[in-house]
Design a binder for this molecule. Structure first.
Ligand code: GN1
Ligand code: MG
Length: 366
């Protein structure tokens, strides 16, 4: 069976009326495979978004889909009183939230029509919109007790665990270097500066870990991947309409979501830019993100979250940089790599942003 045949078999198992008239892959994200199908019923065409869930990353698909169901149900309750909308899950013909197909787990959403997503932020106005919709998302989910959701990837948000995983990968380098795997050994060249950056900045990770591990951050349901391209914008009005990618919506800490939003949306380059002179963080965009987020979510921030807000960007950017570097050292087993050294490039961009934010800390506080 080709991948298309598998996709076709999977999408046909969902409870969709009419006849399947189109099926196209959609390239987005580093983790899951996505397809868009078109169905014709009563002379009308409707589209759906299907994803084959990556089970190497999400071993607990039941837990994952329990979370997605709870989040979409709650957002559907609050959408009427807001300018935003919730994703809608489509059940299988057997009535389940997801499908166990021969090639793996699949789920389906209604396709959100007339929208677009962006990899780069167009300016402070768009940043303000992004921050507001993620703030709305955060507020809307306050009604779900975090313990009702499953931590599908244990320790996903733990800065300390990410540091430990990085150090384990670093320790593994010595072993590989003593062996015969020339490609892997060659891949370690050029890492020195990145490794050094983590060594010099581990204090930031440890400081957050101390708060996180001791429960000083209130437990919250977070989105967990607040990248600009996880917001759908209306093609006509340019307004934010929906938050997508609910895979990591689970118990976490609020500053993670704020920090990840800063990491990606305020970036002055692509996440995997090779020309490091372009990498950095835009102060105006940062301010628009902060103002937009506080505009929606200020009421729920506790004093510690407020106090550390300006450090959330550097922290999450450093943690994700460590994750990319960990994957580079481990042989690109987690994030995809489309070229040699792709994850190292991604790590370097993150570290350049951390350095840039560290230099701007006073301005970020103002
Ligand atoms: C992964 O696949 P994607 O792009 O939605 C990752 C996030 C990272 C992000 C970095 C489950 O998300 O944690 O922040 O890449 N998702 C998972 O771009 O690990
Ligand atoms: Mg994601």
């Amino acid at each position: 069976m080709t991948e298309r045949d598998e996709a076709q078999a999977a999408v046909s198992a969902f409870d969709i009326a009419g006849e399947l008239v189109g099926l196209e892959p959609l390239v987005r994200g580093h983790i899951n495979r996505t397809w868009v199908s078109t169905w014709s019923a009563d002379g009308q065409a409707r589209r759906y978004l299907h994803q084959r869930i990556n089970e190497h990353v999400f071993a607990d698909v039941d837990g994952l889909m329990h979370n997605v169901e709870a989040v979409t149900r709650r957002l559907a309750e609050v959408e009427a009183s807001s300018p935003y909308e919730s994703l809608r899950l489509v059940h299988t013909r057997a009535g389940d939230h997801w499908l166990r197909a021969a090639d793996g787990p699949w789920r389906t959403y209604d396709f959100v029509e007339d929208t677009e997503a962006f990899d780069r932020c167009s300016g402070p106005e768009q940043a303000f919109e992004v921050a507001r919709i993620f703030g709305w998302f955060q507020q809307g989910l306050e009604a779900i007790p975090p313990a009702e959701l499953v931590e599908t990837i244990p320790g996903f948000f733990s800065p300390g665990l990410r540091l430990a995983q990085f150090e384990a990968a670093q320790a593994g380098v010595a072993e590989v270097s003593a062996g015969q795997d020339r490609d892997r050994i060659a891949g370690f060249e050029g890492c020195a500066e990145a490794l050094d950056f983590v060594a010099k900045n581990r204090g930031l990770v440890e400081a957050f870990e101390a708060h996180y591990a001791s429960g000083r951050f209130p437990a919250r349901v977070v989105h967990g991947d607040t990248k600009l391209n996880n917001v759908l914008f209306d093609r006509t009005t340019g307004a934010a309409r929906a938050v997508v990618d609910l895979d990591t919506a689970m118990p976490g800490f609020l500053l993670y979501d704020f920090g990840d939003m800063v990491r990606f949306t305020a970036a002055t380059s692509a996440e995997d830019e090779r020309d490091l002179s372009r990498a950095g963080t835009d102060l105006e965009i940062y301010r628009a993100l902060r103002d937009g987020y506080l505009d929606c979510a200020a009421g729920s921030l506790v004093p510690l979250e407020r106090e550390l807000l300006h450090l959330a960007g550097p922290l999450v950017t450093l943690v994700i940089g460590m994750r990319f570097l960990t994957d580079h050292l481990a042989g690109d087993v987690y994030f995809g790599a489309k070229r040699e050294g792709h994850n190292l490039d991604r790590a370097r961009v993150q570290f350049a942003q951390v350095a840039c934010m560290q230099a701007m800390q006073d301005d970020m506080l103002r």
